[in-house]
Ligand binder design. Structure first.
Ligand code: AMP
Length: 214
């Protein structure tokens, strides 16, 4: 099964993708994570995308489709993937459909995670992750049980994303509504769309996704 998690920044796509990976053994492909790794490793692509990512704008379709096609076109690509943060434009969605079709694969479901903007800003500006295992935390809603120590792996280094600030968040939300939200209609027309309430508690959202996938 291949699924897309569609939703604005802070809707919980990464959190739910991690749960699906742990529970169902799916593979998470996050274009945001791949691009952040490229920036950290100072690759050619990383250098090209650093500024636009920090400001909250979208990276070009050419670059993003390129990194996704590099994965999908690998001979050992078997699917069973949760696409987190991809596609984000209609052009990406078209290219994505073609890449999957070439592999004889389909997109089984697109889960739209809907959430109100106020909640998104609150979630995003307070979140941080364990540098070692990637577990997500929040300064108000989910602090580590022991301050400064990751509940999952005992790591003591945490990272806060450069673009998780109020200014970049405004641009990211605008990019979502302008470029990405048309995908709701696109996938509705293709009969693959399911809606979940992204404002609900994590477990409740997980349950809604499970129901949508059944
Ligand atoms: P994310 O981790 O999904 O919030 O992505 C972080 C940033 O990476 C975004 O604000 C964009 O600058 C860039 N990015 C990630 N995925 C895409 C995509 N599919 N298309 C364009 N830009 C992307």
């Amino acid at each position: 099964m291949n699924i897309v998690l569609l939703g604005p920044p802070g809707a919980g796509k990464g959190t739910q993708a991690r749960i699906l990976v742990e529970r169902d053994g799916m593979v998470q492909l996050s274009t945001g994570d791949m691009l952040r790794s490229a920036v950290a490793a100072e690759t050619e692509i990383g250098k090209q995308v650093k500024a636009v990512m920090e400001s909250g704008g979208l990276v070009t379709d050419e670059i993003v489709v390129g990194i996704i096609s590099d994965r999908i076109e690998q001979p050992d690509f078997k699917g069973n993937v949760i696409f987190d943060g991809f596609p984000r434009t209609l052009a990406q969605a078209d290219a994505f459909g073609e890449l999957l079709a070439k592999k004889g694969m389909a997109l089984d479901a697109v889960i739209e995670m809907r959430c109100d903007d106020e909640k998104l800003v609150e979630r995003v500006t307070g979140r941080f992750t364990c540098h070692t295992c990637g577990e997500g935390y929040h300064t108000s809603f989910k602090k580590p049980k022991v301050e400064g120590v990751c509940d999952k792996c005992g790591g003591t280094e945490f990272t806060h994303r450069h673009d998780d600030n109020a200014d970049a968040m405004r641009s990211r939300l605008l990019a979502y509504y302008k470029e990405t939200s048309p995908l709701v209609g696109y996938y509705h027309a293709k009969d693959t769309l399911a809606l979940v309430d992204g404002t609900a508690e994590i477990d409740e959202v997980t349950a809604q996704i499970a129901e949508a996938l059944n």
